[in-house]
Design a protein around this ligand. Structure first.
Ligand SMILES: [Zn+2]
Length: 211
C-alpha cells in the first residue's frame, strides 16, 4: 500500500459537494472538526480501506489489517471486524442500534444519529475515529490492537475536549458556518471564524493540544 494512493483517496473527499442540510447531522456534532470530517468521509465511503483501494486499482492485499480474516470494507472496519466489535461491546452504546448497517454507510450513520442522544452520537463518532486510528497504528506502526485502550482513549479524548472549552458554541447561519467562542482562552488559537461552508467543512480549527 502506498501513501500516495491513500492521499489520492483522501483528495476525492475534499472535492465533493457538501450540501448544508444533508450533512448537518455530522457538522453539528460536538466533536473536533477533524472527527466531523472523518464522519463525513465515513458516510461517503471514501476511507482508504483495502477494499476501496482495490476498487481504485491499487495493488494491495484486501485482507483486513486488524483481524486478517476478511476483506476490509468500511462496514467491516467499523462494525463487523472482531476488533471493532470488541470496541463497541466495551463502549456500552446499544448494539441493537449500531448493528443495523443495511444500505449505505451514510444510511447507517444517519440511523445511528436518529436513535442516539446527542452526547451518545458524539461518542459514537469519536469511537469510529478511534477504531480507525488504532487500525492505522496496527498497520503502519506495528502497534498491537487493544480494544479497552481504544475505548478509554476515545472517552477521555471527548471528555477532555468538552471540559477544556465548555463555552464553545457551534451554530449554523444560512449557508455559512460560524464557530463562536463565548470567551477566548489565551492558549487556544481560535476566536470567531466565519467561512463559506465548503471551506469550513474541511478546515481544521482544532485546539492544538488535541491534534
Ligand atoms: Zn477485520
Amino acid at each position: 500500500m502506498q501513501m500516495r494512493e491513500i492521499a489520492i483517496l483522501n483528495l476525492v473527499g475534499s472535492t465533493s459537494s457538501l450540501h448544508p442540510e444533508e450533512w448537518n447531522f455530522i457538522w453539528r456534532a460536538k466533536v473536533l472538526n477533524k472527527i466531523r470530517v472523518f464522519g463525513w468521509k465515513l458516510c461517503k465511503d471514501i476511507m482508504p480501506t483495502t477494499s476501496n483501494l482495490r476498487r481504485r486499482r491499487c495493488n494491495v492485499n484486501e485482507e483486513c489489517p486488524c483481524c486478517k480474516d476478511s476483506v476490509e470494507s468500511t462496514e467491516h472496519a467499523m462494525l463487523s471486524c472482531s476488533f471493532a466489535r470488541q470496541v463497541w461491546a466495551l463502549s456500552h452504546l446499544p448494539w441493537r442500534i449500531l448493528s443495523d448497517c443495511s444500505g449505505s454507510s451514510k444510511g447507517w450513520i444517519r440511523r445511528v444519529h436518529s436513535e442516539l442522544a446527542g452526547e451518545q452520537f458524539d461518542l459514537f463518532l469519536v469511537l469510529c475515529w478511534a477504531v480507525w486510528s488504532s487500525r492505522n497504528k496496527a498497520l503502519w506502526e506495528n502497534q498491537l490492537l487493544n480494544s479497552a485502550q481504544t475505548v478509554a482513549f476515545a472517552s477521555s479524548y471527548l471528555d477532555s475536549f468538552i471540559r477544556a472549552i465548555p463555552q464553545r458554541l457551534s451554530t449554523w447561519s444560512g449557508n455559512r458556518v460560524a464557530y463562536k467562542f463565548a470567551s477566548l482562552v489565551s492558549s487556544f488559537p481560535v476566536g470567531i471564524v466565519v467561512l463559506p461552508e465548503s471551506i469550513a467543512a474541511l478546515m481544521c480549527v482544532d485546539v492544538a493540544s488535541f491534534d
